[in-house]
Ligand binder design. Structure first.
Ligand code: GDP
Ligand code: GDP
Length: 436
């Protein structure tokens, strides 16, 4: 489940973001087509050969008004904490600098594999200049040019060599979920309340760093859950832990490693832009989602308060119209006991399969009620629909001409599917394809 993580570190201006963008290609984890969602280029998916992995550009995580050394130290610590493989970047154009030595020294502490990339080696003649970088004591330097895309293949070959053995991954029936949200919405309080109630299982998977990060527990009904990245919520204090970008990064990573996301909103503070950013990412990633409104105890309520709050959430998070909303209090424990069952239901919906015959009945009935659109005398014809994937449920709809399928009609079909089957909590995807 968890893809290996590669972190890129190095002094400023050596070309970290350039390399990051190159490796990520077009599939950078940004969600800019959703309203209110800002572009963020510090965490992305990539692949090479048969490996899928994630990349972090630590240079993108500014640690505030810190002097250079603390800034670099913070970024290297993030890499050490998050990554399976670290790529240190230096510049062949500027040559070896004192700042590079500082970065390398910080990396000596780690047992994690470090690969040294010398960037800005834009032509073969410059390759002769990379030997001075052996002095860093990090092994063979790999000459690359981020802006020209040279040498990246060799670098990636070296990176994937160091990925942890896939054999270490084992089958697991537990439902993986994570709790995300801005600082101070009450994530840690919810984690502690849940773990206080449930039977916490000491993991028997030895020697994996995951144990320290994730919490495994079992409910009285015998359902097993893994709360992902609990550690990120429990410890605080290092300078970078409180930076907004780092908390976003943590959340993005937790989303990647979970099937179900509990997005916590603070009832007192209301909804902020950052909430939308992370929620948008979870939506794009196709995870199932529950919106948890915490601190419900702290609100002055009348009979309409809950409904009004719900309406605000629906307006602010239009793209999450499938996510159930629960109003809880980590302080009093109100309704927290509903969460395990809700997570289980939403997870089941995320994995739900609908038979083609049932699905086609629903689609054909829908078309009978609301005829397909036409354009210039040509009418959309829907031939057949079939589910091709789960997590999230994904349907292919075969039509005569893809151009004739309007967004609103697609939306109508999605709603018909949702009305006929319980897909609450999960996004569903429709792929419209011309029958050949
Ligand atoms: P970062 O601060 O380490 O993230 O560095 P950037 O990716 O922002 O790059 C810093 C500068 O170096 C920019 O002006 C880039 O255009 C330039 N740069 C990046 N890669 C290369 C390269 O391979 N060759 C050359 N000549 N310039 C590069
Ligand atoms: P995190 O940063 O999201 O992990 O938030 P914390 O769990 O550290 O909580 C932030 C603050 O909100 C703390 O002062 C908590 O005591 C308070 N808090 C958390 N949950 C509740 C709640 O349900 N009701 C009230 N009134 N306060 C809460």
């Amino acid at each position: 489940m968890a893809a290996p993580i590669v972190a890129i570190v190095g002094r400023p201006n050596v070309g970290k973001s350039t390399i990051f963008n190159r490796m990520a290609g077009e599939r950078i984890a940004i969600v800019e087509d959703l309203p209110g969602v800002t572009r963020d280029r510090l965490y992305a998916s990539a692949d090479w050969l048969n490996y899928d992995f994630k990349i972090i550009d630590t240079g993108g995580i500014e640690i505030g008004n810190e002097p250079f050394l603390s800034e670099i130290r913070g970024q290297v610590e993030i890499a050490l904490e998050e990554a399976d493989v670290i790529v240190m970047v230096a510049s062949g154009r500027e040559g070896l600098t004192e700042a590079d030595e500082v970065v390398a020294k910080l990396l000596y502490k780690t047992d994690k594999p470090v690969v040294l990339a010398i960037n800005k080696v834009d032509n073969p003649e410059m390759r002769a200049d990379i030997y001075e970088f052996y002095a860093l004591g990090l092994g063979d330097p790999f000459p690359i040019s981020g802006s020209h895309g040279l040498g990246l293949g060799d670098l990636l070959d070296e990176i994937v060599k160091h990925f942890p053995d896939e054999a270490a991954e084992q089958e697991d029936d537990a439902i993986r979920f994570s709790i995300i949200g801005r600082p101070n919405v009450g994530k840690s309080s919810i984690v502690n309340a849940i773990l206080g109630e449930e039977r916490v299982i000491v993991s028997d998977i030895e020697g994996t760093t995951r144990d320290a990060i994730d919490s495994r527990f079992m409910t009285a009904d015998g359902d097993e859950f893994v709360m992902v990245d609990t550690a990120g919520m429990r410890k605080r204090g290092k300078v970078y832990e409180n930076t907004e970008k780092y908390s976003v990064l943590r959340a993005l990573k937790a989303v990647d490693e979970s099937n179900v996301i509990l997005m916590v909103i603070d009832a007192e503070a209301g909804i902020r832009e950052q909430d939308k950013h992370v929620a948008g990412f979870a939506h794009e990633a196709g995870r199932s989602m529950i919106i948890v409104v915490n601190k419900w105890d702290a609100i002055d309520k009348n009979t309409k308060t809950m409904q009004e709050f719900e309406e605000t959430i629906r307006t602010e998070f239009k793209f999450l119209d499938y996510a159930p909303i629960v109003f809880v209090s980590a302080k009093t424990g109100q309704r927290l006991d509903r969460l395990p069952q809700l997570i289980k239901d939403v997870d089941a919906n995320h994995r739900k399969r609908i038979s083609s015959s049932t699905l086609n009945d629903v689609i054909m009935d829908a078309i009978a009620v609301n005829p397909t659109p036409s354009d210039n005398g040509r009418r959309l014809r829907v031939y057949y629909a079939t589910q091709v994937a789960i997590q999230p449920p994904t349907f292919v709809i075969f039509v005569n001409d893809v151009e004739l399928m309007h967004f609103s009609y697609e939306r109508f079909l999605e709603n018909q599917i949702r009305d006929s089957f319980d897909f609450s909590g999960t996004p569903i995807k429709l792929i419209i394809r011309a029958r050949t």
